[in-house]
Design a protein around this ligand. Structure first.
Ligand code: C2O
Length: 536
């Protein structure tokens, strides 16, 4: 194993997109940011230097951070921000992981432009469990607003209403031609006939689940969230913010230019954002760059396409890459995830309420001291450990919404004993709008053992759980008015954020944290903080 060093200079940069120019926050002046390459078992040191007038933190999404929570990155959860002029070296070792992940800013809405790929290659001489690709290509999907994204969210907070949706989606930083800017270019993927390509797809968008499709080609899914899966063929990939998906593309069609589409999946009856980003799959030797072989993206509310895709995912569970699903359960938790309404006399346009989001009716308030520091140094008064294991009021989540949608505010964590097995059922409430929630857990990969529409039934549903080859991942889509059940072993001491990866829902409070105690044995406790950890 090697030590890899990176320098991330956080700098402003003028970017022209959709025929207009604005300054954006970037890493090393790039959008998307630089790809971080490493090999399984490597130690990675990234020196993040803040040259902008925002506070900054960076999260290495999906990296387990075994005993190194100090390098995880969510602001006020594991660290205080790197202030202007400061720097911090994120220092972690990649343990038992290989595949595609992403890194992104984890403060404010800076993630909109501060993100990039993490590519972890298998350690020496362990081949991929699928045909060796001739070439690998990182494909980062994101969103673009013509206005400043901090203004977008600040206006929404002031009004209590939903923020403006993005003006375009992007594929490796480019939306392709759109109606109000037909000259806007798109990304081109050049392929040679007869060769095989590994596409490392990443959804770095703030607020959109996305469909990915290539005209005339089937894609073979081989990995999600840095976990190998049983390969299956599909023509449409569904990918939620924070998720990554590796697909094999066989360039086995006749020469030409094929349309690539990236379009939103809403699962909502209201079409608020139907902008499709386009790219070109170009067979080398084809003269122009204009796609002539076309495809139609799925409809925005193509729930069946989405469900079929999700239901096809199984972990590979081979001899070499076994699934080790917890068989017993020490903590049986049931969390509702959804939106609510709290009173807000000052909210414009003065309807007297603001949209909030909650888990078990608790709208999480970020503290001003990082939870991990408060935990490690025994600082009192920062958080309490009474996060509820069950919702305070149970009702029919697919029926009439409760008359009172109000939530409580608080900074509460749920405390887990070291090495305990956790089963967590995430129940989507969908009581204000039929919204999906891609829920991300820091510090762990979990197994998604069950999923269903409607209300979770604790008597009958567990009998149908897949404990053999369920998909293992770090971000899972909770369907609107439906549920998913996940299991993981609490073998990573520290404080670990759990939140919706739709950034607007995180802002509104759809977040909480687990506190995992140290174990008693050697190598079972959180390591001490690095000396340059930003102080609160
Ligand atoms: Cu990718 Cu807490 O986020």
């Amino acid at each position: 194993s090697a030590v890899r060093q990176y320098k991330f200079d956080v700098v402003m940069k003028n970017a022209t997109m959709l025929c207009s120019t604005k300054p954006i926050v970037t890493v090393n002046g790039m959008f998307p940011g630089p790809t971080l390459y490493a090999v399984e078992d490597d130690t990675v040191l990234i020196n993040v230097v803040n040259h902008v007038n925002y506070n900054v933190t960076i999260h290495w999404h999906g990296i387990r951070q075994l005993r190194t929570g100090w390098a995880d990155g969510p602001a006020y959860i594991t660290q205080c921000p790197i202030t202007t002029g400061q720097s911090y070296i994120y220092n972690f070792t990649i343990t038992g992981q290989r595949g595609t992940l992403l890194w992104h800013a984890h403060i404010l809405w800076l993630r909109s432009t501060v993100h990039g790929a993490i590519v972890i290659l298998p350690k020496c001489c362990v081949p991929y469990p699928f045909p060796k690709p001739d070439k690998e290509v990182v494909v980062v999907l994101a969103e673009w607003w013509k206005s400043d994204t901090e203004d977008v969210i600040n206006e929404a907070i002031k009004s209590g209403l939903a923020p403006n949706v993005s003006d375009a989606h992007t594929i490796n930083g480019l939306p392709g031609p759109v109606s109000d800017c037909p000259s806007q270019g798109g990304f081109t993927l050049h392929v040679e006939k007869g060769k095989t390509y590994l596409l490392r797809l990443i959804n770095a968008a703030l607020n959109e689940e996305l469909f990915f499709k290539i005209a005339g080609h089937h894609l073979s899914i081989v990995e999600v969230d840095a976990t190998y899966v049983k390969p299956f063929k599909t023509d449409t990939v569904l990918i939620s913010p924070g998720q990554t998906t590796n697909v094999l593309l066989f360039a086995d069609q006749k020469q030409g230019n094929y349309l690539v589409t990236v379009s939103p999946f809403m699962d909502a009856p209201i079409a608020v954002d139907n902008i499709t980003a386009t790219a070109t799959l170009n067979y080398v030797g084809t003269l122009t760059n204009t796609p002539t072989i076309l495809t139609t993206p799925p409809l925005e509310n193509a729930t069946t396409v989405a469900t079929n895709f999700v239901n096809s995912l199984r972990s590979l569970n081979s001899k070499q890459f076994p699934a080790s699903v917890p068989r017993t359960v020490d903590y049986n938790l049931y969390f509702t995830v959804g939106l609510g309404l709290n009173p807000c006399p000052t909210c414009k346009p003065g309807n007297g309420s603001r949209v909030v989001a909650s888990i078990n009716n608790l709208t999480f308030t970020l503290p001003t001291t990082a939870l991990l520091q408060a935990h490690y140094f025994n600082i009192n008064g920062v958080f309490t450990t009474d996060f509820p294991a069950n919702p305070p009021y149970v009702f029919n989540y697919t029926g009439t919404p409760p008359s009172n949608l109000q939530t409580m505010n608080g900074t509460k964590v749920f405390r887990l004993a070291y090495n305990a097995n956790v089963q967590l059922v995430l129940q989507g409430t969908g009581i204000i709008a039929p919204e999906n929630h891609p829920i991300h857990l820091h510090g762990f990969s979990f197994y998604a053992v069950g999923r269903g529409p409607g209300n979770y039934n604790p008597m009958t549903d567990p009998m149908k759980f897949n404990l053999v080859d369920p998909i293992e991942r770090n971000t899972i889509g909770v369907p609107s008015g439906g549920w998913v059940a996940i299991r993981f072993r609490a073998d990573n001491p520290g404080v670990w954020f759990l939140h919706c990866h739709l950034e607007v829902h995180t802002t509104w409070g759809l977040k909480m944290a687990f506190l995992v105690d140290n174990g008693r044995g050697p190598n079972q406790s959180l390591l001490p903080p690095p000396i340059d950890l930003p102080k609160c």
